[in-house]
Structures are given as C-alpha cells and as structure tokens.
Design a protein around this ligand. Structure first.
Ligand code: PLP
Length: 463
C-alpha cells in the first residue's frame, strides 16, 4: 500500500516510511493512496473475530505485505495482551439505543493506549530491522505523554523524551509519566505552558542536522499508524451489537473530539464499507469543529477552560485529512485551503461542500454545565460513571440520536483520570488499584527552563 501526502508533494512511500515520516515532508498529512474496501461477505467473516484477530486483518490491508504476517501478528498480540479486559474494548449497553464502547482498559486508562501500544511496538520492530536507535520526542498536555511512555518503556532500540508543562497537568497524569523508572525514559518538566513545550519540540524538529543525527521521531496524533490502530474498534464495536439491532439500521458513533484523529478513523471505517449511520462529532466549549459542521467556516475561537482538557484544542491537527477527501482527493485544493488558513486565519467552504459535510457528520458543542449534568444523569439513572470527555460524547449522542436509532458512544478515558470534575457533583469514586498505587511511588523527572537550549542540553546528555 502506498501512502501519499494531502498536499501532493511527497512521492508515494510505503507503510513503514509513512510511519517514520510522521508529518509529510511537504507539510501535509499522509493518507493511503486508496481506501481499502471491505465487501459484505468479509464483514460477515470478521464479525466473529477476537480483537487482536480483527486488528491483524485490518492492519494487513494497510500494510499490504510490507511486514510479514507472522511479525505483524506478534506486534498486534504484544500490543493488546496488556489490556485489562479480555475483549480489549468491551461494549456496554446503557439503555435501548445507547451503548458505551470502553476504550480505557490499557495501561494509562485512556484511549490513546490503543494506538500508542501498537506504535511503540512498531517503532521497536523498525529499530531492530534497521539496526538503529530511534529517539522519540514529544510534548504533552497530559494523556499522550503517559500513553507514549507506557508504549515504549524498557524497549530496546528506543529512547523517549516527553516534555510537559510544570505543574499544569493533572496529578494522575503527572504521576503516570514520572513514576516510570526505565533508563530509556526522560521526563522534562518545563517551566511554561503546553504551547511553550510544543514550540520547543517544533524548533528541535526543524533543526534538520540534529533531527537526522539522532533519528528523532514524533508520536503525535497525525502519525498514520495511530489513525490505523483506531479504525479497529469501530468495526469491533459494530460486530458486538445484536443482529437485530444492526439490522434495524442507523448505527451511529458519537466521538469526543479534539484533534480529529479518533473520528477520522471512524470516517475511514465508514468509507471502507462499515455500515455506519451518523458520525456524531462531540466537542466541548472549544468548538471550532462544531462551528465548521454547522456553518462551513473553520476558524479558531476564544480559548475556554473545560472539564475535558484533552479536547481543549483551537486547531485540529488531523482535520486536513478530511478536507482532502471532502475535495475529492484534490491536493491542489487542499494546498490552497491551507494557504488561506495561514493567511487569513480561516477556511470557508461553499454551500455544496457544506451539504456534504453535514451528511458526513452531525456535531454538538457541549457546555461545561451540560457535561456535569450528563455525568450526574448517567450515574443516577444507569449506575454508570462517565469521565467528562465521554460525557461530551453522551450529551451529543442524546441530541442527535433519532427514535429507533442506535448510538455507540466512545468512552475515551476512565473517570478516575478526571476526578477533579466528578468531585464537583459530589460523586465519590473508588480508584482502580493501579492508579491508587501511583501515589506512593517515587517520581523521576528533570525540571528545566522553557528554552530550546536548556532542553537540547538535557537531550544530549540523555542520548
Ligand atoms: C486525546 C483525547 C480525546 C480527543 O481525541 P482526538 O483524536 O484528538 O480527537 C478525547 N478524549 C480523551 C480522553 C483524549 O485523551
């Protein structure tokens, strides 16, 4: 399978090169040259597969023989063996018409583990194949860093350095990152905010000599391997529904959305042939994507603090992939849209494109008080505790699920990760033992000033 850039200026590359490239060399995002199609009889066969078996089939379509099947199977099995639920991503029924797809049974209790466990193993595999050390460098506002560290800790051929803003991630998130004591992990606690961390990373990646000497690689959500790993659970969840429910038609997915990676995987699943009804795009008060779906204008708004910080984004880094398909895989059109975004700070689309957007997605931006109200409602009526991100998905689902339809809400984090919000409505939860245990462990991190030089000096020591 060849991968090409949304901006059309990267020659076709294979899967492994696409993974290593991360961001396209022309500034665009990599996409498969054609979307593989899954016919109905294959869907029927797949419906009986276990999670790792299904992942193997889907990954085979996208890697197309580049990784021998036995190796790919090993990678998949290693990636999902550590999940705490035998189904990896179990589906729970809440009421007639609503199901929750629990994506938080991995090591850090957030859905990012599903892709980053796989990406960690894949990097380690590539490092062995190429016989060279891979250095991963990333910035996090919380979930990604912990998940990326868990994905590669103790693995041969990989070193990872994660920057987080000092004192500005949740306590559990900080502990998940900094209680890891493996020699290949470096946590830098940076004086400054998340944007400072991101700027430093960007500058270091732009230093081409440094990047090449140390084989620097990224882990952000635009990596094509992450999108791929997220396709699996859309299929898997669909297959868990009763035949009767599926036959009634209109199985929707409601997706708590930040950088548009997760819901884009759902879009691909649909384009591959999974009979998805609506893709419901749930945002919080940072609602650039909701406004795009309702008005056809993509323009950052004012920043709001919310209870769902992992969805607090101003621009969605995977969005360009959707624009590429919206414009019929026309990379010239994408270039000119992205140019106008750079120049004017906004993208506007014509009415006929907006009609297409509205047939691809329904969207709802959840207000802070609605988010808490939904957590309370699910707790009282169904005895089910939602985290604030999932609560955005559940609220949007209630707005957009018509009578007789079924919606699967993606649960992107375990409530214990975001107790600050849950406490506000006086719900007491018991932490899972793995999270409770973090509070007694020593922390390993280096505090640094928020400058390129300071971070680079630490990296040189570490490498
Ligand atoms: C990252 C994250 C999201 C947003 O996912 P995107 O792929 O960026 O849209 C939602 N919920 C949680 C808990 C997350 O960690």
């Amino acid at each position: 399978m060849d991968y090409i850039s949304t901006r059309g200026k990267v020659g076709a590359v294979g899967f492994i090169d696409a993974v290593l490239m991360g961001l396209g060399d022309d500034g665009g995002l990599l996409v498969p040259k054609r979307i593989p199609q899954v016919p109905a009889d294959t869907l029927a066969q797949w419906s009986k597969l276990s999670y790792p078996e299904l992942a193997l089939e889907l990954f085979s379509l996208y890697t197309d023989g580049e990784i021998p099947r036995e190796d790919l199977k090993q990678l998949v099995d290693d990636s999902y063996a550590a999940f705490r639920d035998k189904d990896v991503t179990p589906v729970r029924k809440v009421n007639d018409g609503t199901y929750v797809l629990e994506l938080f049974h991995g090591p850090t209790f957030a859905f990012k583990d599903i892709a980053l466990q796989f990406l960690g193993n894949l990097y380690s595999y590539i490092s062995r194949q190429k016989n060279s050390i891979i250095h991963i460098l990333g910035a996090t506002s919380g979930d990604t860093g912990a998940s990326a560290i868990e994905g590669v800790r103790g693995k041969e051929g990989i070193r990872i350095c994660i920057l987080h803003p000092h004192g500005k991630v949740s306590k559990v998130q900080e502990l998940q990152m900094t209680t890891v004591n493996d020699a290949n992990v470096l946590n830098l606690s940076v004086d400054g905010n998340f944007d400072d961390c991101q700027r430093i990373i960007k500058d270091l990646f732009a230093d081409v000599a440094f990047k090449q000497e140390y084989h620097l690689r990224a882990i952000n959500s635009i990596n094509v391997a992450r999108v791929l790993a997220q396709i699996v659970y859309y299929f898997y969840a669909y297959f868990r529904l009763d035949e009767k429910v599926r036959a009634a038609g209109g199985v929707n997915f409601s997706v708590p959305t930040g950088n548009f990676g997760d819901i884009f995987a759902g879009y691909l699943a649909k384009r591959m042939g999974l009979p998805v009804g609506k893709l419901i795009l749930a945002t919080n008060e940072n609602n650039i994507l909701e406004r795009f779906v309702s008005e056809g204008v993509y323009q950052p708004g004012e920043f709001h603090m919310t209870y769902s910080p992992s969805m607090d984004i101003q621009v969605a880094s995977n969005f360009e992939r959707y624009l590429y398909y919206l414009y019929g895989e026309d990379s010239e059109a994408v270039c000119s849209l992205m140019d106008s975004f750079k120049k004017d700070g906004r993208i506007g689309i014509p009415a006929e494109k907006l009609a297409q957007v509205q047939s691809d997605f329904a969207a709802y931006g959840v207000q802070n008080d609605e988010c808490l109200a939904t957590i309370g409602e699910y707790h009282d009526e169904y005895g089910y505790l939602l985290d604030p991100h999932t609560a955005c998905g559940a609220t949007a689902s209630a707005k957009h699920t018509a009578q007789g339809e079924t919606t699967i809400v993606l649960a992107t984090a375990h409530p214990a990760k975001f107790n600050e919000a849950i406490e506000l409505i006086h719900i007491e939860q018991t932490f899972p033992p793995q999270i409770q245990a973090l509070f007694d462990k020593p922390q390993f991190q280096t505090r640094v000033p928020g400058t390129n030089e300071a971070v680079k000096a630490e990296l040189l020591k570490f490498f």
